[in-house]
Design a protein around this ligand. Sequence first.
Ligand code: NAD
Length: 338
Amino acid sequence: MISVAINGYGTIGKRVADAVAAQDDMKVVGVSKTRPNYEARTAVEEKNYDLYIGIPERESLFKEAGIEIAGTVEDMVQEADIVVDCTPGNIGPQNLEMYKKAGVKAIYQGGEDHDLTGLSFNSFSNYDDSYGADYTRVVSCNTTGLTRTLSTIDPIVDIQKVRAVMVRRGSDPSEVKKGPINAIVPNPPKVPSHHGPDVKTVMNGIDVTTMALLVPTTLMHQHNLMIEIGNEVETEEIIDALEKRSRVLVVEANEGLGSTAELMEYAKELGRNRNDLYEIPVWKESINVVGKELFYMQAVHQESDVVPENVDAIRAMLEMESDNEKSIAKTNKAMGIL
Ligand code: NAD
């Protein structure tokens, strides 16, 4: 049984912890927090995770709050075969030395630069690259969403050029101090946004350019893809490929799933943990081949689509499963992914 530590028990970290706990070949040895807030309390009192503190000087704050701690992050790392680092972007580089000193492998998230590890991960497009690796990085929620569908159509479509416009949620639902509240913000206001280059870190050689906007919503990102293709392919073949792929859902606006709000309601209907939608929904009505161009629209549940990829990355790095499809199937089954 592989021991996994989660450094940073926030939006992504708490989901990765539960996803690891749901597998039968790995277990959570600890999670970490820097503040004794409600997430720290529920980690200990509801989920029974051992809680370690990221800032040792704050031990008294946890004591005052009556939240039991098992030690510091340095102690936690000693217990682990691998650390999933889910701290906020740019904290990761500070932690790398600690992981190296402890001789422990580590997975970073999309908020860190590719250069930190020199290796990025997606379960479908480049699982093998991280096989046995010491450090990798699961690409961001948007990059994971783009890669899931592009890698699905790649075997049947001669992709010449991808252009994508991404409408991004302004903040996660609990982030009360972020915006915008009443504006559309080109973000970044330059082309390309970082997402296109990021896709290239997991899909070698693809020509993809992205533009991104922030809008006042907390419910999902939405992507609009325009793809120049070099071969003859029917719309039905694209739909068929997307329907067959796990972690991708072909949904119909006609059935009442015409918006991100309704998709989030659908996740509730499915009885998902935290109402998560790990799959990338693609609107069936939007999939269309016009001459030598393919178009489609999709959505991304930013808080959860990267979670199963983290589980697969653990299996790849610890050489627990050499076949990506087998790891994907195992993760999906344990998490109830469609
Ligand atoms: P978050 O702010 O929700 O959670 C981060 C957690 O790390 C918090 O619990 C915080 O207490 C803890 N933390 C902060 N400093 C720490 C330290 N020095 N040591 C230990 N713990 C520390 O952040 P998040 O949204 O979960 O993002 C984490 C990473 O995942 C980032 O790289 C982000 O870019 C990436 N990511 C976020 C999303 C998203 O939509 N939220 C999606 C995909 C990837």
